[in-house]
Structures are given as C-alpha cells and as structure tokens.
Design a protein around this ligand. Sequence first.
Ligand code: NAP
Length: 313
Amino acid sequence: MNLNSCIFIAGAHGVAGSAIERLLLSQGYMNLLTPTHKELDLYNFKQVDHYFNRYRPEYVFYTAAKMGSITYRKSHPAELLLENLRMQSNVISCSHTYGVKKLLFMSSDFIYPEKEDGTLREPDFLTGLPCARDFPYSLAKITGVKLCDYYREEYGDDFFTIVPCAFFGLNSSFDLERANVVASMTRRMHTAKLRGDSEFVLWGSGKPIKEFLHSDDVASACLLLMEQEKHESLYNIGSGNGGTSIWELACMIKKVLGYEGAIVCDMTKPDGIMRRVPDSSRIRELGWKPKYDMDAAVRFMCEYYLETLKTKI
Ligand SMILES: NC(=O)c1ccc[n+]([C@@H]2O[C@H](COP(=O)([O-])OP(=O)(O)OC[C@H]3O[C@@H](n4cnc5c(N)ncnc54)[C@H](OP(=O)(O)O)[C@@H]3O)[C@@H](O)[C@H]2O)c1
C-alpha cells in the first residue's frame, strides 16, 4: 500500500472504520473512499458494483455491520442474518471482481465455540458451535471468514479476517439499547452520580472477564496487517492483559467519574459467559501491541462521554 493507493473503508463512519480513517489520514494516505450509509448502501448489490466499477479501490477495509438494539436483534433474526450476509458478500465479491489487492474483513469473537478455559484461539474456529447469543450475527460473520478463505484458496485473492475483542472509542454509541458494556456503564454511572444514588447495581457477580481495546489500537492492528505481504486466514486482536472483570471495569469508571456511591452486585441476575479472552499471539509476533492500557482507554471513554453529553445526548 502506498500513500496514493485507493483505499475503501466500508463502514467508515462507525467506531472501527472512523479510527482506521483517522490513522490512514495521519500517516499521509490521501486517496480514501469513505462513503456514508446514505451515499452507498452496502446491502444493495447494484450500488456496490457500480461503486467498485467507478472508483476501483485497490485495498478494502470491511468494518460495516448491522447490529441494532437488543430488542431489534431478538425480534429480527432473519433480517439480521440476511443484512450482514448481503453487505459483506456484496463487498467481498466485488473486491474479487474488480481485482482488489487486499481485503481485511472485520469479524467478531462470536464466531468461536465456547471453550472451558475461555481462551479464544484461531485454530479453534469451527471446531464447535459458536456462542449462542446473537447467533444470526455469528453465522454471518463465520460465513464472511469462510468466503475470504475460499476466495484465497480458489483464486489466490489476498482476503483475510481480523477478530477483535470488544472495543470502544470515538463514535461509540451511548444509546443504552445499543451501547457496549463500557459505554453503557459510563452513562449509567454518570447518571447515578448526578442523581446522588448511594448504590450502583451491577447485574450478576461482576466476575465475568473480557478483553477490551481502544478503537485506535484496533486501527493500528488493521493497518499493520494490511501492510503484511502474506496472510493467515484469521488474526485475533486483544489487549493481551488477560482481561478485565465487570467489577474491575466498574471500579475504573467510578474512579474516573468520581462517583461516590457503592458498587453492589445483583446476584439474582445471570452472569452469562464467565471468560472470553482472545489469544492474540499471532499478531503480537508481527510486532503489534496496543498503545492504550485499560485505565487510559476507560479514562478516554469517560471524557468522551462528558464531551458527547454537551452536544449529542
Ligand atoms: N464494537 C465492538 O466491540 C466489536 C467487537 C467485535 C467485532 N466487531 C465488529 O467490528 C466491525 C466494526 O464494529 P463497530 O463497532 O465499528 O461498528 P459500528 O460502529 O456499528 O459501525 C458499523 C458501520 O456500518 C454501517 N452500515 C450498516 N449497515 C450499512 C449499510 N447497509 N450500508 C452502508 N453502511 C452500513 C453503519 O452505518 P449506519 O450507522 O449509518 O447504519 C456504521 O457506520 C463490525 O463488523 C462489528 O461486527 C465490533
């Protein structure tokens, strides 16, 4: 990839896509295609085909996804599967047709089967059923991985997949129906602080552990991979810190926001999966490591929330 290469970011206005755009711009890449959803509907094959034919991107970062609110996801499994399948298939197949040099497909750790030790490893992909939660989304993401694999096998296309852990950063949603755990906890605890609540209640024991990354670190992993000559099928991207429990996360947010109430656990609520931690040694061997530690990432998010409060919420 050189600074004049034509680079298409599908989903450029989301959390990961916008972080990739910022990073590329900061490094001097000048020829970026970053259409909004309104300008290019990835679900519409004719539009995608026309777009590729017209702009001829050489490199593609696929970071789009249809998720929607929890209520939407529960009540619209068919639409969710179909929308994700169609969007990614349109972009991946047009990337093949129009001779894209490299394509990065952003998948999700929901593609992995649940393992007893809670460690997610690339070779475990498709060795069991994926996580039961958000199954339509997992199925679409699994298909995306395999479609890239098959294009590589059948035609030698350099299409590969990254599997990030949960991430957050600029453009994260604070809508409680859609927000990830860091964004929603930040918003809920800030509200508790303003109301003067004496307690902040966590669902379950607070013991489930996950890894988290700042979106800028996801972007740096994407760029490093795009610059590699050869690719494996899959690359996990995690913080490598062994994960953060929900309890620890709540304590970090409490400290940054200055909330003075107590954090309590509602043990009548289910915990869900106790540990989901990626093994990201494959990308580490290529020299990648995150810039933000968890404290810095949480501080960033709390400050971003307070900024967002002034304008958007
Ligand atoms: N965030 C995480 O913690 C996480 C963790 C693991 C994997 N992932 C995966 O990583 C990728 C990026 O995640 P993210 O958090 O950056 O997602 P995001 O913020 O929700 O961004 C997704 C983008 O896709 C766009 N999009 C959806 N449908 C579209 C369509 N039909 N045509 C054009 N654009 C469309 C959205 O635009 P509109 O909003 O305008 O519809 C949005 O800008 C996704 O594939 C996600 O599944 C995310």
